[in-house]
Design a protein around this ligand. Structure first.
Ligand code: BGC
Length: 356
């Protein structure tokens, strides 16, 4: 009898150990599963970066700094470039939405056509940041750029200060780019007084714009205007450095380089070298590092559903007041090239002065 009881107890304790062990294993499994769940809720933020084109020198820099900063913040970035094709850009953006991006950052090729991107993204609950260029006819969640009207003002203000009288040629950027319009507005503001006084005249009747900001188009249009005016041009308000390059090439053809004032923006390396050489008069420096980093932070913040504190102003895009961050551009000529562009690490001294 006694041995039966001890046998029973022995079996019972074995069973108990077995049950305890099973509970322990189940608990471990559950914790692992729970941890797994926690992981998905903190999954990597996926950002879609849609770039109109990478042809102008600055854009690969914007891309690289943006991606690096976003990755530092724990996000991953899918990048697509649309080769100056607005329709292609819309398709690429749709595709990124399908790939499950949490937020889209768009440098629009066309400020109006890109409204489609904002609408498609919003339909899926995805927010959109207009990067460098505003998107119109829609309600983007944030606009981050420089004060582009001020960029235009700084370009023309510099030229009019150094050439208060004469024949001016205004060469805009791509007409579909909202920035091109803002630049023109700022340029005209700087020149208004001189226009009213009759101190300056515009040489070309029709308004000139360089399609896709193409330097070759800028070259052709400047050649036309030089022919029309019998080379009577004193200053060219070129809207960026790429197009300034085309203008200066046309001027070289008539031995006018260095004699006609030419503006620009972006501090492209070729433009900095031309400023040193004296064939381009000035450029406008915009810190790409600052813009791209701020944008990466804003993208992660918005993707988390939080508010971007730095967006403390708004810009009206025709439909709504878009929360905006507008950074400050700086006028640059040969006298402050070192102080502004080189000191900020944008280009090396050796490259700018071509001493390497
Ligand atoms: C940008 C300029 C750039 C131009 C051509 C503009 O929207 O603000 O920095 O040079 O596009 O890409």
């Amino acid at each position: 009898m006694k041995s039966k009881i001890s046998q029973y107890l022995y079996n019972y304790s074995n069973l108990l150990v077995y049950v305890m062990f099973s509970i322990f294993i189940t608990m471990i499994c559950c914790s692992v599963m729970l941890l797994g769940c926690a992981d998905t809720s903190e999954k990597k933020i996926k950002i879609g970066l849609s770039i109109s084109s990478l042809r102008v020198e600055r854009w690969p820099k914007d891309r690289d700094i943006f991606v690096e900063e976003a990755e530092k913040l724990g996000a991953e970035v899918i990048v697509q470039s649309a080769d100056n094709d607005a329709r292609k850009q819309n398709e690429q953006a749709e595709n990124m939405i399908t790939q499950g991006v949490d937020i889209l950052v768009v440098i629009p090729q066309d400020s109006v056509a890109a409204a489609q991107i904002v609408k498609a993204a919003h339909a899926e609950g995805i927010k959109v940041i207009a990067y460098d260029r505003l998107i119109r006819e829609s309600e983007p969640d944030l606009y981050i750029s420089f004060d582009n009207e001020r960029v235009g003002y700084l370009q023309a203000e510099y030229l009019i200060r150094h050439k208060p009288k004469g024949n001016y040629f205004l060469l805009g950027g791509d007409p579909g780019d909202n920035n091109a319009q803002l630049l023109r507005k700022g340029q005209l503001r700087a020149l208004q007084q001189a226009i009213d006084n009759g101190d300056i005249q515009f040489v070309a009747e029709q308004k000139h714009w360089a399609v896709d900001w193409d330097p070759l188009d800028a070259l052709n249009k400047t050649e036309q205007v030089l022919t029309q005016t019998n080379n009577q041009i004193d200053a060219v308000v070129a809207s960026n450095d790429g197009t300034a390059g085309g203008v200066i090439q046309a001027l070289e053809g008539q031995n006018l380089d260095g004699k006609v004032l030419v503006s620009g923006q972006d501090a492209d390396i070729a433009a900095c070298q031309r400023i040193v050489k004296g064939t381009q008069t000035m450029t406008v420096y915009k810190s790409i590092k600052q813009l791209a980093k701020e944008a990466a932070h804003a993208a992660v913040t918005l993707a988390k559903g939080e508010t971007v504190q730095k967006a403390n102003q708004t810009v009206n895009n025709g439909v709504t007041d878009v929360p905006s961050i507008l950074l400050t551009p700086i006028q640059v000529d040969k006298d402050n090239l070192d102080e502004v562009v080189i000191k900020d690490g944008f280009h090396t001294r050796e490259k700018v002065y071509q001493t390497e």
